[in-house]
Design a protein around this ligand. Structure first.
Ligand code: SF4
Length: 393
């Protein structure tokens, strides 16, 4: 347990993030923690790098909506101070606290207080002797560092551990976690360290974390992005919802990639819809489709969707046309219907609609678009004639 959040032993995978404020800035840090919690963060880590930070933690912990973990580097005394401040967990980096007596002092105190500790091995700060032994940074070197540390903790009968073996190189991180999962049953905290700014950072972190989660490896996750930590929390939550590992709490927005048939700027409407639903906490799948010819059919599993017709939008619920909306009111209409569905369900939404009228209008637009564009939305036949003319000249 990290505070009230269970980790490991088949409990739901939790999302973690880390504040970027000075921990001594109590109000600023709490503000960020509240924003993180609203974005789906279950556990938050704050640095405890100086006495003022430990003092800040004493004030932050009782006011935080989610459990707090103190991040400790180098000074083992900061770990003792953070425990005194009442934190729910610690994170230690074995590459930075090397003296066995210091590690054991922290472990004994944590054992007596029942505070869990994450052993956070980091590819970038591996013990130089292991680096030398393995001829560089390897998965085996990181796993040995973790196992050494576990042994110190177990010597003083401390078992409330989580482990991470993060690296910025995705295949290396995946290999290290696989080895670790074979070597121990201790809960694992997954992450690709220093993944960088989005979108590349998101891709790297997702590649590493989801590969492992789909193999059944991992108990808690963190996206380490060079971005507002709220983005980390949101990404973590979205990943778990996408993999079906956490109950859906937010809108799953699906949208067609758009093509020559699109009657609207799909990217713009999808982005505006994403923004409108961002903080709404509606556990629905909502589709934005570029044309009424294929949209409602392709997205028939969605709870709600919009497809563009002739300068207007066709709203559909579970593939059934329910309303015709002016083009510039599509996003507002989606929000209104989504809120109705969230409260009353999709059946009630279909019932309240004039589906006959909506279906007739959709059929009319569909027929007109088919007439105009036919099956060949990209006008390829005409283009080929043009290409031949150009190439022949
Ligand atoms: S056919 Fe219609 S729904 Fe499918 S990608 Fe093209 S615009 Fe989108």
């Amino acid at each position: 347990m990290v505070g009230k959040v269970p980790v490991g032993g088949g409990s739901p995978i939790s999302v973690q993030s880390m504040t970027t404020t000075k921990t001594a800035d109590v109000e600023g840090t709490l503000q960020q923690i509240y924003a993180l919690a609203a974005a789906g963060c279950d556990i938050v880590r704050c640095t405890c790098n100086e006495i003022e930070a430990a003092e800040g933690l004493a004030q932050i912990v009782p006011r935080s909506p989610i459990p707090i973990i103190a991040d400790i580097h180098h000074q083992y005394k900061m770990a003792l101070a953070a425990m005194e401040a009442g934190v729910h967990g610690l994170r230690l980096n074995p590459g930075n606290i090397r003296k066995p007596e210091h590690i054991k002092a922290v472990a004994s105190e944590a054992r007596d207080r029942g505070i869990p500790i994450r052993i956070g091995v980091n590819g970038g700060s591996l013990d130089p002797s292991l680096y030398e032994k393995y001829g560089g940074l390897t998965a085996a070197a990181m796993v040995e560092s973790a196992m050494q540390e576990i042994a110190y903790f177990q010597e003083v009968d401390f078992n409330l551990m989580k482990i991470s073996v993060k690296a910025s190189n995705v295949p290396l991180m995946v290999e290290a976690y696989r080895m670790l999962a074979d070597a121990t049953d201790i809960p694992l905290h997954l992450g690709v360290t220093e993944a960088g700014p989005p979108p590349a950072g998101l891709v790297k972190a997702t590649a590493g974390i989801s590969t492992l989660l789909l193999e059944g490896i991992g108990d808690t996750i963190r996206y380490s992005l060079t971005a507002d930590p709220v983005e980390e929390a949101r990404a973590g939550r979205q990943l778990l919802e996408a993999l079906g590992l956490r109950e859906r709490k937010n809108v799953d927005l699906i949208a067609c990639p758009s093509c020559g048939r699109a009657e609207i700027d799909v990217i713009d409407v999808a982005n505006r819809a994403m923004k409108a639903f961002e903080d709404k906490k509606l556990p629905l799948q909502i589709a934005v489709m570029g044309c009424v010819v294929n949209g409602p059919g392709e997205a028939r599993e969605a709870d709600l969707g919009i497809a563009a017709g002739n300068k207007r939008g066709h709203l559909f619920v579970k593939g059934r046309n329910v309303a015709v909306i002016p083009e510039d009111e599509m996003v507002e209409a989606l929000v209104e219907w989504a809120e109705f569905i969230n409260e009353h369900g999709t059946d009630a939404a279909i019932e309240r609609a004039d589906t006959k009228l909506a279906e007739r209008e959709a059929a009319r637009d569909r027929a007109q678009l088919m007439d105009e564009k036919g099956d060949d939305a990209n006008h390829s036949a005409e283009k080929i004639v043009e290409i031949r003319k150009t190439a022949g000249n």
